[in-house]
Structure formats: C-alpha cells, structure tokens
Design a binder for this molecule. Structure first.
Ligand code: OOG
Ligand code: NI
Length: 447
C-alpha cells in the first residue's frame, strides 16, 4: 500500500518551490526576504516577551516559512481547477473579496489551510482573483478576450492527471507528490512570450492593465510573494537602503501595542520585457514583492469599528503623516488585550497555564477571574485573511494611476461561487469555532 504524504507536507514543499522560483525570476524578492529576516531577528532580540509568546503559540516556527502569494485567472474553469489543485495541498477557499468597488475588475478568495494544526504547520495562502470579463465595456473586446482565454490551458496534463489521482485514491505518495509540486509550479511560471500580438495587448491594456495581465499570457504567473514581518515600519524604512522602492503608504491599521488584522506594504512592480506574437517587443508591468505584518483577528464588532475608523481616516500622500493621522483616529480602538477581550472586539485562543493544569477551572468560575489568577492564558488569534481596501491599495500601486474607479460592478459572491464550484468558507465562523474549541479544551463553556 502506498504511504501518502500529508497535505501539510505537500503545501510546504510547494510553497518553498514557489519561493525559490520567484527568487530566481524576481531577484528583488530575495533581497526583500533577507531584509525581513534581518528585521525579524532584531525584533525578537529586542522583545523577549514577543519571542516567548510566539514560541508558546507555535508561531516562531512558522514565521520563517510563512508567506502568501497572489494570482489572477481568466475563466471559471481555471478557477475550479485551481480549487482542486489547492485541495491537494490542504488549502480551501475562505472569504469573498469584491474589488470592483475599488475599480479593479476582479473578485477574489484566499486559498488557505483552515484547521488549527494545519495553520501551525504552514499557513501558506494564495490570494486568487477571477477576472470579471462582464466589466469590460466594449463588447468586441470582451468577446476577443474570452476567445483568447478559451484557447489556453494553464495546467500541464501531468498536473491534471495527478489531481485526478489524488481525488480517486485519497492522496499522493512522496514520489508523486514531488512530481505534482513540479508540475503545479508550471502554472505559475512567468512567460516572456505573450499569446497575443501587440495591438491586441494594447487594446486590452487600455481597457484595464489587469485585463491585459490576465488575458495575454499562457499561464497565471504568480504576481507577488509576501513574507511576514514583525515590524513593518522598520522594513518600510530600510527598503531604500537595500535598493528597493516601497509604495508610498503602508496599508491597513496603524502601529499599535496590540497589532490588529493586517498591515501591508510592497515595492512597485517591475517593468519587464515581453515578446508578442508577431515578434514585436514591448514591456509588461505586473510582478512585485510585498511584506505583511499580522495581528489579531477581529470579531464582527471589531471589524465594523475598524472599517469605520479606516474610512474616517481616509488616505494620504506621505506615509509618516498618514500613520500619525491613523494613530490619532484609531485612539477610539482599545489597545490592550484585556479590553479587546472584554468588549469582544478580537478573537482569542484560550489555554491552561501550568497552574491551571494543576488547579483546573471549576463550574461557576469566571473567565476573567481565571485569567487574573494566571490559570488561563488568552492569546489573540492571528488574522489569517486579507482586507479588501488594502488589497485594492496594493493592486492600485502596481497598476498606475490610470486605474480609476470603474465601479459598474457590484459584489457577486453567487457568480464567484458558481465558478469555483463550492461555497467559500466564512472566516468569522472559523475564528469563532476556534475560540469556542479552545474554551472547551479548558473545560469552559462560555466566553
Ligand atoms: C492581489 C492583491 C491583493 C493582498 O495581499 O492584499 C493581495 C493581486 O495583486 O493580484 O495580494
Ligand atoms: Ni498580497
């Protein structure tokens, strides 16, 4: 009988192979990784308490492995096959992001592991966008784009065969898993040779640069990979010294004592040479590098407060001023763990301390008192997902200023799920279940 390699192991191998490929393709990403590693080491040295907590919650180990990537596909069939490919690696679609509001003609989900154990092993995520051809105004161009997309197959035959084999037998042995990783990687490789002539490219690009990016190439090239840092302000400040130009603003919430959700920055996309079908040469701008700092996952109430304050703060032209302004506006958002917990603004993972193991909670003892006595430890649950406003900011910084609002679109989760072939999971339900399970493990029924 075959011994199957675990989905966690396949995911880790794939994520490492992807990172190696991208470092070769985009050397600046390698430079960024080295910088992030250096900054993380410094943060851990400067902050022993942070180090101890990351260690206790098994996050220290995943930190250097951790990254997310992003891809964009053109058709429902491509999305559906990607879902099956990611399932081999234990990655499931979580969340729905409508970016048409921000003038980007796509909607998206994140493929990621969902169980506690799998997230601890390796939380590799891929932000995956589906082009919404219906948002192309010109009907001839829309049909042309559809026809071009209909002709390509972004998956190798071997990759398709191994996905089917995985579905039939319930797993892949080590040798097959290695072939699968190698074949799956082909889908995300960069191609210098476009599938269209330069006139078609220009026409699609004029519609929206993202349309050209998705339609004019034989695969769905990975457009960025993102390591996780413990200090994004420092990375942003050090980027220029390392020959990397950061985007103007760090997206997301301000720096805080208790980090929340997700802060992100990136370097702007490279202009790369391409060759068109008639042999004409040109350039295409799509690929970049990004950094993220992750904080606590927020409850619906916390998220509503975040969205309100973010909208109130607006945007800015200078990062330092913007961060200062954000910090002022976010004074309305409690910034200590106890208040975040008591006001139910963030999700927490509860565990028994040594003392708590020795003297387990009794019926009637309150959580607050158990925590105060040090018998239960509450750790904020890390946010594993994305933020649509930030994502739009990242897209925008890599598309140039021409990508003005084109919000003919409206959210269409239903269409997205029909293309995907399954419903996306609700991230809030996942966080809530995790908090609930951690309480149950402590022998407690209600938070
Ligand atoms: C995806 C941009 C969104 C993030 O981290 O929010 C994203 C894209 O450019 O395809 O990756
Ligand atoms: Ni990203």
């Amino acid at each position: 009988m075959d011994h199957f390699l675990s989905a966690d192991a396949i995911r880790t191998r794939f994520s490492q192979a992807m990172s190696a490929m991208y470092q070769q393709e985009v050397p600046q990403y390698g430079t960024l990784m080295a910088l992030v590693h250096q900054v993380n080491q410094q943060s851990l040295t400067d902050n022993p308490a942070l180090k101890a907590r990351l260690d206790a919650t098994d996050e220290l180990e995943r930190l250097s492995l951790e990254r997310h990537g992003a891809i964009r596909v053109g058709t429902p069939q491509e999305l559906a096959t990607l879902r099956q490919m990611f399932a081999v690696m234990g990655m499931e679609p979580v969340g729905y992001y409508d970016l048409s509001q921000a003038g980007v003609p796509v909607h998206s989900t994140a493929f990621r592991p969902v169980s506690d154990a799998a997230l601890r092993r390796n939380p590799f995520r891929v932000f995956t966008s589906l082009l919404r051809l219906e948002l192309i105004e010109n009907p001839q161009l829309r049909e042309k784009a559809a026809a071009i997309l209909a002709q390509r197959d972004i998956f190798t035959p071997r990759c398709r065969a191994l996905i089917a084999q995985h579905q039939h037998r319930g797993g892949l042995n080590e040798a097959d898993a290695d072939i699968f990783v190698k074949e799956a990687l082909e889908t995300f490789r960069w191609h210098t040779l476009s599938t269209v002539d330069s006139v078609t490219y220009q026409a699609l690009s004029q519609q929206h640069r993202l349309v050209a990016d998705v339609v004019c190439f034989p695969g769905c090239h990975i457009n960025h990979l993102t390591p996780r840092t413990l200090d994004i302000d420092r990375v942003q400040a050090l980027m220029p010294e390392h020959g990397i130009t950061p985007k103007t603003l760090i997206e997301g919430p301000p720096r805080r004592a208790v980090p929340i959700l997700l802060r992100q920055t990136s370097f702007t996309a490279l202009e790369e040479p391409v060759i068109f079908q008639q042999g004409e040469t040109g350039t295409h701008t799509a690929r970049f590098g990004e950094v993220e700092q992750r904080g606590a996952a927020l409850t619906p109430a916390g998220r509503a407060l975040y969205d309100r304050l973010l909208a109130e703060a607006g945007t800015g032209a200078d990062n330092q001023q913007h961060q200062q302004h954000l910090a002022e506006v976010f004074r309305a958002f409690p910034d200590d763990e106890q208040t975040l917990r008591e006001q139910r603004l963030a999700w927490f993972d509860y565990r028994l301390s040594e003392q708590g193991e020795a003297q387990p909670p009794q019926p009637g003892e309150s959580l607050t008192s158990l925590i105060a006595q040090g018998r239960i430890v509450a750790d904020p649950i890390v946010y594993e997902d994305f933020l649509p406003v930030s994502a739009a900011g990242i897209f925008q910084s890599n598309l140039g200023d021409r990508a003005q609002a084109r919000s003919a679109g409206h959210a269409s989760k239903h269409d997205f799920e029909a293309a995907l072939g399954v419903k996306v999971q609700d991230e809030m339900q996942l966080y809530q279940a995790r908090q609930q399970q951690s309480l149950a493990r402590c022998g407690i029924r209600e938070a």
